[in-house]
Design a protein around this ligand. Structure first.
Ligand code: MLT
Length: 327
């Protein structure tokens, strides 16, 4: 049987996403009614979480998703404590742990391409391949975040009555070189919205993403200021500056970029079109002394859809596990 992985948002496809979102809807309804009602044929199955970078939402929602489905979870959240410390190669580590037959191997990696490499190692495990899920690989991709994002956009667009996002205008802004906007743009290509990318010139979305959108006939523009799009966008998908993914040299090259130029403020919200919503994959930077990319006063107004979006992480990741791990 073909082992399905979730490594790039480019590989998911509309049919897969539709089925998955239907399942996520079911889990949402069932959890509201009776949280124990989702324990089905996955009880006795095991998810292995192998995380090389910090995480709150991805780690906890995957773990909650697995447990709600009746699965067990094994976590390695700091591979420094694995035999890699003694000099073992990553290839051997992945082949070994995949050989213990987890029903899903969920990997967060610090390098772009790291999860695809791990999947190739896991495919050579004794006993055969296991499904691998990319929980974020460096500046590469974060496909399950993109699934959550599109699921949330579909809930919000025309009261959830549409199966696509045609007619919707999405402003994607902030630091567009991270894995989240990349995967989101790839997945949105299946849903037909109009996109405006807004960022400082140094933080523009990658050429490969733009090329992909062009080949899929998705209409997009690039801006360096927020104001010109305020009256047009239905959705504001905002991101933090990903300095934790950069070398000191890269950070120094960006030191002159003024974070205020990409801060979404209440004054912007007042200028947005009626009913506009703000999404964010979170975390939002609230380090004392830093300029947050979203003014804190926005957190508790209706425009902030990022709480709904992060809560959706549970249902969508339950659906991902169910799809990949069902017998
Ligand atoms: C990620 O891990 O990529 C997060 O979901 C977004 C972020 O870190 O900014």
């Amino acid at each position: 049987m073909h082992t399905r992985h979730v490594v790039s948002a480019r590989d998911l496809g509309l049919g897969f996403c539709r089925e998955l979102f239907k399942r996520a809807d079911e889990y949402r309804t069932r959890l509201d009614r009776d949280p124990t009602s989702c324990i089905t044929d996955l009880s006795g199955r095991v998810a292995l979480l192998w995380f090389r970078q910090p995480s709150t939402r991805t780690l906890v929602s995957f773990e909650m998703a697995a447990v709600r489905l009746g699965m067990s979870v094994v976590q390695v959240i700091d591979p420094q404590f694995s035999s890699e410390y003694k000099g073992e190669s990553e290839d051997h580590s992945m082949r070994t742990v995949a050989g213990y037959r987890p029903d899903a191997l969920i990997i967060r990696h610090n390098q772009e391409g790291g999860v695809a490499r791990a999947a190739a190692s896991a495919a050579r495990a004794f006993g055969g391949p296991v499904p691998v899920i990319n929980a974020g690989d460096g500046k590469g991709e974060h496909p399950t975040q993109a699934l959550i994002d599109v699921y949330t956009l579909l809930q919000l667009w025309n009261n959830g009555t549409q199966q696509d996002l045609s007619g919707a205008h999405i402003a994607i802004g902030g630091d567009l070189q991270g894995r989240v906007p990349r995967s989101l743009a790839f997945l949105l290509a299946d849903y037909g919205p109009e996109i405006t990318f807004i960022s400082a010139p140094e933080l523009r979305v990658g050429e490969d993403v733009k090329e992909y959108l062009r080949t899929r006939d998705i209409s997009f523009t690039e801006e360096t200021e927020i104001d010109g799009t305020l009256q047009r966008a239905h959705f504001w998908y905002w991101t933090r500056t990903q300095n934790d993914q950069r070398t000191d040299k890269e950070k120094a090259r960006l030191a002159h970029v003024d974070p205020r130029s990409m801060q979404l403020r209440l004054s912007h919200v007042r200028g947005m079109r009626k009913g506009a919503k703000i999404l964010h994959p979170m975390p939002i930077n609230r380090k004392p002394g830093d300029v947050s990319e979203i003014e804190p006063a926005i957190d508790d107004i209706d425009t902030a859809a990022y709480w709904q979006q992060s809560a959706n992480g549970l249902y969508v990741r339950m659906a991902v596990l169910q799809t990949l791990c069902s017998p």
